[in-house]
Write a protein that binds this ligand. Structure first.
Ligand code: SAM
Length: 281
């Protein structure tokens, strides 16, 4: 069952956090000439038209990228992310929102490679269209991203950023995320693994960061952005987080500078806030 379509959510607050951090990870990898791989286990469609029927139905981007677009008081560290989004909107009006593969592409150099997994047939063909001119550097597989990752590790380049961003529509995703990161850390301990997770009342979501912490990575970072008070009935996502194994040592400092600003820009009530924990060897 594949009912999730990212087009309904593209550019929302969760994408802002996830994609800003993704750009920071790749920019850090680009400090060295040595090649890297970007592996996206759940790639989505690659790029989203914000005036499409799907995006227009929920207009979630209005509460995310829409609140950052055109601001002239952006913290320095958010600038690279906004500049990357701007590459898809050359006329200045926010019309397209790039998903994780399209944003990663803005950082990809000649020597780097991307490996993308996506199961939804319509989204796979959109991805293939988007990257049709770059088949040397970008490989797309219509396959399960959790299983697909195993086959790629360790990557030839020995440097990789892996984004694990499932829809969490089925409970099994929570377990598979933990099993996949555990397996990946064995196959390729030096990899940088970024897991996005929703803040929800359901126990699997609340326990996920703890279960990832229990894997015992020496260097890790957990950042959460809460937008609002959790609903009384316990339904609905009220924020999201990223758990990163082997984050760059500079990332905590960047997040300390940006997260308070993001809370002010995206927060919806007095319960809006952020949490940042890390241990970097
Ligand atoms: N990473 C994308 C981004 O940031 O732009 C968004 C991905 S979206 C949250 C999750 C995607 O995973 C959906 O497009 C869905 O079709 C796909 N999907 C669901 N289960 C999958 C699986 N087991 N393997 C690969 N893709 C899957």
């Amino acid at each position: 069952m594949l009912s999730y379509r990212h087009a309904f959510h593209a550019g929302n607050h969760a994408d802002v956090l996830k994609h800003f951090v993704l750009i920071e990870l790749l920019r850090y990898f680009n400090r060295k000439d040595k090649p890297w791989w970007y592996i996206d286990t759940h790639a989505g469609a690659g790029c989203y038209a914000l005036d499409s029927e799907q995006a227009g139905k929920t207009a979630e981007f209005a509460g995310g990228i829409g609140r950052l677009w055109g601001r002239d008081d952006l913290p320095e560290a958010l600038r690279a992310y906004i500049d990357a989004v701007a590459q898809f909107n050359p006329h200045g009006r926010l019309t397209f929102y790039p998903g994780s593969p399209a944003l990663a592409m803005t950082q990809l150099r000649e020597q780097d490679r991307m490996r993308l997994f996506e199961l939804h047939p319509a989204d796979v063909s959109l991805l293939e269209q988007t990257f049709a001119r770059d088949t040397d550097r970008v490989l797309i597989r219509k396959a399960d991203g959790f299983a697909g990752l195993r086959g790629l590790l360790p990557p030839a380049a020995r440097r990789a950023v892996v984004l694990i961003d499932p829809p969490y529509e089925v409970k099994e995703d929570y377990r598979r995320v933990v099993d996949t990161v555990a397996d990946a850390m064995k196959r390729f301990p030096a990899g940088t693994y970024a897991v996005w997770y929703p803040m929800l009342a359901r126990p699997e979501a609340r326990q996920l960061p703890e279960r990832l912490a229990d894997l015992g990575a020496e260097s890790w970072l957990d950042v959460r952005l809460a937008l609002r008070k959790p609903a009384r009935d316990g339904f609905g996502m009220f924020g999201s987080g990223l758990y990163i194994v082997n984050p760059p040592w500079v990332l905590p400092q960047t997040l300390e500078a940006v997260m308070p600003w993001l809370v002010r820009a995206l927060g919806e009530d007095e319960d809006a806030g952020f949490d940042l924990e890390h241990h970097i060897e």
